[in-house]
Design a protein around this ligand. Structure first.
Ligand SMILES: *[C@@H]1O[C@H](CO)[C@@H](O)[C@H](O)[C@H]1NC(C)=O
Ligand SMILES: *[C@@H]1O[C@H](CO)[C@@H](O)[C@H](O)[C@H]1NC(C)=O
Length: 485
C-alpha cells in the first residue's frame, strides 16, 4: 500500500515536471566555469551590479543556489565531474597532482618504461609541457607523462587516457558536431575523453607563464580564452590552437574557464566583517562579466542567441570566504606527522594520503587523531567511510587515497606565503558554487535544494537533442538531469 502510494506520487510528480520542463532543443551550448565563484557570490554581485551581464543572464535562468562541485574540489576533478557527469570514484580523476598505485613515473625522469614496482605521482599540470615558462609551451611532451599499462602495453598516459569514462565533448563530437574548449594547461586534454577525439579545437595557453598571484596578469591570460570564444563564434580558430578538424561554423558545444576571480580570492579575497568583495576581487568579477557580455553580444550579432543555452557552473569555490577563518599549516610538518611511511600526500585545503603499507591504516589514523588540535583537523575519512560516502575503495581502486584529511574551514596546508584562500577541499566554501542555466526562453526560477555540477553533463546532452544515457559515468552513478529540464 505504502509502496503503491509512493509510486503514484512519483508518477504524478514526474508528470507535473514533464508538463513544465523546458524541452527546447538548443543548437548551441556554451559553458563557463568562473573558477572560485561561490553560489553566494552571484547574489552579492548582482546586488552591486544590477545592470551587469550576469544579472541579465540570471533574469532568464534556472538558478541552482545549493549546487555542489566534486569532492575533492580541485580544478581537475571539478572539470572531470562537469564534462562526464561523474565523481572521482568513477572518473579516476582525484586531483591535478596526486598518486596512483598502478602508475609509473614519466620516461623523462626514469628512462625506463613501466619497470619496477608500480606506484607513482600522477601530475597533470604545467609539468607535462615542453616548456611551461612559455605561454605556448609546446604542448604536452609525452616523455613527461606518467606511465601505465593500457591494454597490456606500457603507455605514456595522456590525461584523456586517464579519465575512465566518456565526456560530453566526446559524445557531441561523435554525433558529427563540432566542439571546442579552453583551460589553464595543455593537460586539459582530459576533456577529449578516452577516445582522445572529443575536441574539434582545443586552446591551451599555459597559465604558469604568468604570475598566478597577480590579478592584472591573469586577466590578461583570461583574455586569451575570451578571444578564443569570440573566434569560435566567428567560426574560426586562433593560431596556436590544437586542431583535430578546422571549424566550419559555430561549434555546437564550446566552453572554458576564467581564472581571474580565483586569483582575486587567493590574493585579496573578501572584507572581514561585511564579507564584501575587496576592490581587486570586484575588479576580477567585472572583467568576467564584461567578457561574458562580449560573448553574448557576438552570439546575438550572429542571430543565434535564442538558440543558445549558456551554462555557468564553477569547477571549484575557494575557502575561506571569511578572512578571519584563514590559517596556514606548513605541509612539511604534516608529512612527518602521519607517523607511518607514506607514498604520497597531496595538500591544499585538504590532504589526500597514500600509505606505503595499507596495513598500517589504523596506526596512521590514530596518529592523525592525536594531532587534531595541532593540525586543526576537522575530519579524517578512511576505510569503510570512504566507500560509504561515495569516495571509492582504496583497497580495490589504485587511484583512491587511503585517508582524506579535512582541516577546519579556512585552514590551508601550504608553504606559500602569499595566498589567503585555497580550493580543492570538501568544505562548503570549496564546494557550493555558482550554477545557472540561461536562455531567452527560460523564466527565472530558483531551485534551492541540493544539486551537483555533475548534473550539467547529461542536461547539456539532452538540451542538444542527444541521449544523456550516452554518458557512461553519469549512468553508472545515476546522475540526474537538472531540475527544470
Ligand atoms: C620506451 O618507450 C618509448 C616509446 O614507446 C621508446 O621510444 C623507448 O625506446 C623506450 N625506451 C626503453 C628504454 O625501453
Ligand atoms: C601585476 O602585473 C602587472 C603587469 O605585469 C604589473 O604592472 C603590476 O605591478 C603587478 N602587480 C603586483 C602587485 O605585482
Amino acid at each position: 500500500m505504502h509502496t503503491q502510494t509512493l509510486a503514484l506520487v512519483a508518477a504524478l510528480a514526474s508528470c507535473a515536471l514533464a508538463n513544465t520542463d523546458n524541452n527546447k532543443v538548443y543548437k548551441y551550448v556554451v559553458t563557463f566555469s568562473i573558477d572560485g565563484m561561490h553560489g553566494s557570490d552571484v547574489e552579492k554581485y548582482i546586488a552591486l551590479r544590477p545592470g551587469s551581464t550576469i544579472a541579465s543572464l540570471i533574469s532568464t535562468a534556472y538558478e541552482y543556489t545549493d549546487c555542489y562541485t566534486s569532492a575533492p574540489s580541485d580544478s581537475f576533478p571539478g572539470v572531470a565531474a562537469f564534462v562526464s557527469g561523474a565523481s572521482p570514484r568513477t572518473t579516476g580523476i582525484w586531483y591535478d597532482d596526486v598518486y596512483d598505485r598502478s602508475f609509473w613515473s614519466p620516461y623523462s625522469t626514469t628512462k625506463t618504461n613501466c619497470s619496477g614496482p608500480p606506484g607513482a605521482e600522477v601530475a597533470y599540470d604545467e609539468s607535462k609541457d615542453y616548456d611551461s615558462t612559455e605561454v605556448w609551451s609546446g604542448g604536452i611532451n609525452p616523455a613527461n607523462l606518467p606511465q601505465s599499462m593500457i591494454g597490456g602495453k606500457c603507455t605514456w598516459t595522456y590525461p584523456h587516457q586517464r579519465i575512465r569514462v566518456n565526456t560530453i565533448y566526446e559524445v557531441v563530437h561523435a554525433s558529427g558536431k563540432q566542439t571546442a574548449y579552453t583551460d589553464k594547461h595543455p593537460a586539459y586534454d582530459m576533456v577529449r575523453g578516452p577516445s582522445g577525439k572529443g575536441l574539434s579545437v582545443g586552446y591551451f595557453p599555459e597559465i604558469q607563464a604568468f604570475d598566478t598571484t597577480n590579478v592584472t596578469q591573469i586577466i590578461g591570460y583570461d583574455q586569451m580564452h575570451v578571444d578564443a570564444w569570440l573566434a569560435w563564434i566567428a567560426g574560426t580558430e586562433l593560431v596556436n590552437s590544437e586542431v583535430q578538424e578546422a571549424l566550419t561554423g559555430i561549434p555546437t558545444l564550446f566552453g572554458g574557464n576564467f581564472q581571474a576571480v580565483s586569483v582575486g580570492q587567493k590574493s585579496y579575497g573578501y572584507l572581514a566583517g561585511s564579507l564584501d568583495f575587496t576592490p581587486e576581487l570586484l575588479g576580477a568579477f567585472d572583467f568576467v562579466d564584461s567578457s561574458i557580455g562580449k560573448v553574448v553580444a557576438a552570439l546575438k550579432a550572429k542571430g543565434v542567441y535564442d538558440d543558445t543555452l549558456i551554462m555557468v557552473a564553477s569547477k571549484h569555490g575557494q575557502a575561506p570566504i571569511d578572512p578571519k577563518l584563514y590559517g596556514k599549516i606548513s605541509q612539511h610538518i604534516f608529512q612527518t606527522d602521519v607517523g607511518v611511511p607514506v607514498d604520497f600526500i597531496t595538500t591544499d585545503d585538504i590532504a589526500l594520503i597514500f600509505l606505503k603499507d595499507q596495513g598500517q591504516l589504523d596506526q596512521a589514523v590514530d596518529n592523525l587523531n592525536g594531532l587534531r588540535n595541532t593540525l586543526k583537523i576537522s575530519d579524517i575519512i578512511s576505510g569503510e567511510r570512504l566507500v560509504y560516502e561515495g569516495y571509492g575503495d582504496p583497497t580495490k581502486d589504485p587511484a583512491v587515497p587511503d585517508i582524506i584529511v579535512a582541516p577546519e574551514m579556512g585552514i590551508i596546508y601550504t608553504t606559500s606565503t602569499s595566498k589567503i584562500a585555497e580550493h580543492g577541499g570538501i568544505s562548503q566554501n570549496d564546494r557550493v558554487v555558482a550554477c545557472f542555466a540561461s536562455a531567452t526562453n527560460l523564466k527565472h526560477t530558483v531551485f534551492d535544494h541540493q544539486v551537483h555540477t555533475t548534473q550539467f553533463a547529461p542536461t547539456i546532452l539532452q538540451a542538444l537533442g542527444l541521449d544523456p544515457n550516452a554518458l557512461k559515468g553519469a549512468v553508472a552513478e545515476g546522475t540526474r538531469i537538472l531540475d527544470g529540464f
